[in-house]
Design a protein around this ligand. Structure first.
Ligand code: ZN
Ligand code: ZN
Length: 266
């Protein structure tokens, strides 16, 4: 058995969130690679995803990918989707793989080029409340539409052993607390603090929001990810330690290149 079928893991190909941290590459922005029961799925291939895959040690071979999921069409989540589709299909010569995406990434001003869509086996449109089969043992759902400027869905992955929840970009709203009950919770936290006047236009979570979420959901492990400038300045690792102390829960910060072995969750 190779490494991907032996151990379930999540590899963080980048932990940058929002425009400044991505533009300056203060953190990498390649998204996340999940290996679940031997099924390999890439979520949100932002700028530099392909480079991050190839330069990882050991290398993450895009031809081993079975699917790509876009949570939404923003550049920090989708900039490398076309090149990753090409890499997943051996340059477009081997028709394989599935793309899951909200419809607005395919329609007006599409982020997925029409010509690469022929390379893959099929495209499935994600919708609120949708449930999708990845393999005989792995499924995922997109439980609700997030409050974010484009059509955006978080994810719950279900495997024979674990549920993994991913709360991507969104403004806080109470329904989040009803839908992301995974053993592992990955949460995009762009802001460290939020000024009062920002509440009207900010479509991202802050640490205060994350505290409310983890206190309600009590995941076995929470992984903070997708950091904006205020989080970088506050040092995600320090923030995660502080939040762990305050809540009594296991909370860690993702780092570029971090491989989280799911076997540690039981
Ligand atoms: Zn984002
Ligand atoms: Zn976004």
């Amino acid at each position: 058995m190779n490494d991907t079928s032996e151990t379930d893991f999540i590899k963080f190909l980048g932990t940058a969130g929002a425009r400044i941290v991505v533009s300056k590459q203060l953190r990498a922005s390649g998204g996340m690679w999940y290996s679940l029961d031997g099924y390999n799925v890439l979520v949100d291939p932002g700028p530099g995803c392909l480079v991050r895959c190839i330069s990882s040690r050991p290398k993450m071979d895009p031809m081993k990918l079975d699917a790509i999921i876009l949570t939404h069409r923003h550049l920090d989540h989708a900039a490398d989707v076309n090149v990753m589709i090409e890499a997943m299909t051996e340059g477009g010569f081997k028709k394989r793989g599935v793309l899951f995406t909200p419809e607005d990434a395919l329609t007006e001003d599409p982020v997925v080029f029409k010509y690469v869509r022929n390379y893959i086996s099929r495209i499935e449109i994600t919708k609120e409340g949708g449930r999708y089969k990845l393999s005989d043992t792995v499924t995922f759902e997109t439980p609700l539409k997030h409050h974010h400027p484009s059509e955006t869905y978080g994810i719950n992955f279900f495997t024979s052993k674990y549920t993994i929840s991913l709360i991507v970009d969104t403004r806080f709203f109470p329904e989040l607390l009803r839908h992301y009950k995974g053993d592992v919770l990955i949460v995009n936290v762009v802001r460290y603090t939020v000024d009062k006047d920002m509440k009207t236009w900010l479509y991202h979570l802050s640490i205060r929001d994350v505290k409310e979420i983890v206190m309600a959901l009590k995941p076995k492990v929470t992984i903070l990810n997708h950091f904006g400038m205020t989080m970088i300045k506050a040092q995600p690792r320090v923030v995660a330690e502080q939040l762990s102390k305050e809540t009594g829960l296991k909370i860690i910060a993702a780092g570029d290149g971090m491989k989280f072995n799911l076997i540690s969750v039981s």
